[in-house]
Design a protein around this ligand. Structure first.
Ligand code: AQP
Length: 333
């Protein structure tokens, strides 16, 4: 089958991957490898915008790669690549920064959010993050990018940067379309139901959490309908964060049973959570089995990353050769 064009998507190794990354990103990306030429990045340069322990970076990269593969990424179909292994990402980011007016970046909502989350470390990399992201996408001349609602501003900015580059240097980059992810899986809330599940906040169920840990986290920290105090109070699943999680992990029948029994005060929050935990554990079981196999063969994982990075680099070098030509950076050629 002829593929529809190329797409790029990335996950930053800023911690262990969680169920938000799985539901909002990897699970949705994996089917795309059938119809598009796909480049899936482990974007470690992005992860440097937060404080991190240098000794942990390799472990985090392995965690991201293992979870991509355990969730269904097929290295024969998709390229699994490491961003820092393709220097052209940084080079293009610099060139794109020169056509990006400052106010475009100042208005990006995720910059404001991240700056609030790490007030002692509002660095230039954090500010330039959306430009590097535009470079990640445009370097592969991606025709489309899968995005959740909260990432729409980034993609819009990428299109604006592509347009600005094309206006300055001549038509070159395609403006990538959005492949919109449907439903609230694109914004999975953390255990407390207040903030988006996030590696840096830690309000997460990680993809490699065992059954006991998941049980502990959900039963102790999973926030439910705040107005329900006793089991005998009728609850409201519509405002219960744990019920939203049911919609991700439980089948329709279990969802209806839990919702009805909650509304009728037949089911307490702990009963409902017990069903939820069982279904999360069941969903993660096949992924965790593959995680174990991959963790036992880390040489294979490294070979897959190396191979994907080399394939991606070839595309990136071709793009940058053209970019250097049209921007006049050819003096030494
Ligand atoms: N809570 C979430 N719900 C749905 N999708 C999510 N994603 C992240 N969190 C959720 C999606 O996962 C992909 C990779 O995200 P990322 O690692 O590049 O950065 P992020 O979005 O900033 O993820 P985190 O976990 O919140 O990382 P930190 O804490 O390091 O900033 C993206 O497609 C994202 O939408």
């Amino acid at each position: 089958m002829t593929k529809k064009g190329r797409i790029f998507s990335g996950i930053q190794p800023s911690g262990r991957l969680h169920i938000g990354n799985y539901l909002g990103a990897i699970k949705q990306f994996v089917p795309l490898q059938e119809t598009y030429e796909t480049v899936f990045g482990i974007v470690d340069l992005h992860a440097m915008t937060q404080s991190y322990d240098t000794g942990e970076m390799s472990e985090r990269i392995i965690n991201a790669a293992v979870n991509y593969l355990a969730s269904g990424l097929d290295p024969d179909k998709a390229m699994l690549m490491l961003q820092s292994g393709v220097a052209e990402h940084s080079e293009l980011a610099w060139i794109l920064a020169t056509v990006t007016p400052l106010p475009w970046i100042q208005r990006v909502p995720t910059f404001k959010e991240k700056a609030r989350n790490q007030p002692d470390n509002v660095n230039m990399g954090l500010f330039n993050y959306p430009v590097l992201m535009a470079a990640d996408i445009l370097l592969y001349k991606s025709v489309a990018v899968p995005v959740g609602e909260d990432q729409r501003p980034h993609l819009e900015l990428t299109r604006e940067i592509a347009r600005a580059f094309n206006q300055r240097f001549g038509e070159f980059f395609p403006e990538p379309e959005e492949i919109i992810m449907k439903g609230n899986q694109s914004r999975v809330m953390g255990l407390d139901g207040k903030k988006r599940m996030s590696k840096s906040i830690g309000n997460c169920i990680y993809l490699d959490d065992d059954a006991e840990t998941i049980y502990e986290k959900v039963t102790r920290h999973g926030v439910t309908d705040p107005a329900r105090v006793r089991k005998s109070d009728p609850g409201n699943p519509d405002i219960c964060n744990m019920f939203t999680w049911h919609t991700f992990f439980s089948d329709k029948k279990a969802q209806e049973e839990c919702a009805d029994q909650c509304r009728n005060a037949e089911f307490g929050c702990m009963d409902c959570k017990a069903v939820l935990v069982r279904n999360i554990v069941e969903t993660l079981e096949p992924i965790q089995e593959r995680q174990k196999e991959l963790m036992d063969d880390l040489d294979k994982v490294r070979d897959i990353i190396r191979d994907g990075t080399e394939r991606a680099r070839k595309i990136a070098q071709e793009t940058m050769k053209e970019v250097r030509e049209i921007t006049g950076l050819t003096y030494l050629d």
